[in-house]
Design a protein around this ligand. Sequence first.
Ligand code: PLP
Length: 399
Amino acid sequence: MKEKESVKGLKRKISERVRRIRGSGIREFFDIAQRMEDVISLGVGEPDFTTPWSAREACIYALEKGYTSYTSNWGLLELRKAISDMLYKEIGVFYDPESEIIVTTGVSEAADIAIRAIVDPGDEVIVHEPSYVSYKPCTIFAGGSPVSVRTSVEEDFRLTADALEESISEKTKALVLNYPNNPTGAILRRKDLEEIADVVVEHDLIVISDEIYGKLTYEGKHVSIASLDDDLKERTILLNGFSKAHAMTGFRIGFAAANAEIIEAMMKIHQYVMLCAPTPAQIAALEAIKDENSVERMISEYNRRRKLMVAGLREIGLECFEPKGAFYAFPSIASTGMSSEEFARRLLFEERVVVVPGSVFGEAGEGFVRCAYALSQQKIREALARIENFLQRHGVARN
Ligand code: PLP
């Protein structure tokens, strides 16, 4: 009895901000699936490719040579120089590797310290939804208030300038942009970004632009909001990393590029909570940047899988928005009459296929499920056949 009381007491000691947050819904399904046999997972957004050998070899050599100590808090200068060159080549913006780039432990850390560096208690941060799951909790951890803006399939899940404008108040500090988008696969064109940029400038906002899927753009080229003009470069904190396009999730290397004053502010948090990103992993990332062929090969394969997944979902009777980036399809499951959570749960137990309920990504995701196609074409075909069985059992007709 005494012990129970003391546990209860401890729970009350957990901070109110942390108690408010639910654990990630993505992990929940993943954990259930791991205890089951013969499951095909379209759940976790993680490349099925092993990290290209060049990067793994560099990491092994780094360990052999004894590179096992801290790097500078900023990250290896050589890596920052390579990141700077890569950004200039890809989005046409120059960032000074000495003062405008910080290497982080994944984009996860970069997003956290970007938000914490600029948010004061009471500040509002706008997040378009459906959205990746970390921005809102990070805002709450920082004492700020996330404000959701819905995007819809009718508008190709693009954030519009009008919707942004409507959600702005005098407390708004920043906008989080994530295109190519997780979970919808939507992208923004230059014109969309220009319209958003006008609102951003008018209301003097900071943009935290998570471009982790930038390389995974299948139609046309990724455009960064930071590339529009010097003012947008100054007010954008660009986040990117190696997890997705380079298949390096476990290495935990990301980075932020921004105005030197903002990077300096992020550095204050980074140096106390992280010190530096793992040294052998930074050396691997440096090699990964050079290995463009491996990245190209993986992107071409994702593109084939994307076409297979979208055509397959449509054929078996689900309406599916055409994703133009990232590695997710986001079909509507409205025709089943189930909520997205019920659909995902029943599909897992009846057909052993994991998808993520759209509601995990905010209210605007309800009525959809996320299907990651970062797995082999054979497995995608098998998953589609199982989903078809499921749909037929529940009375959804094939197209
Ligand atoms: N940002 C987005 C949009 C993501 O989808 C993910 C992972 O799924 C992350 C950030 C986290 O990336 P990292 O592995 O670099 O921490």
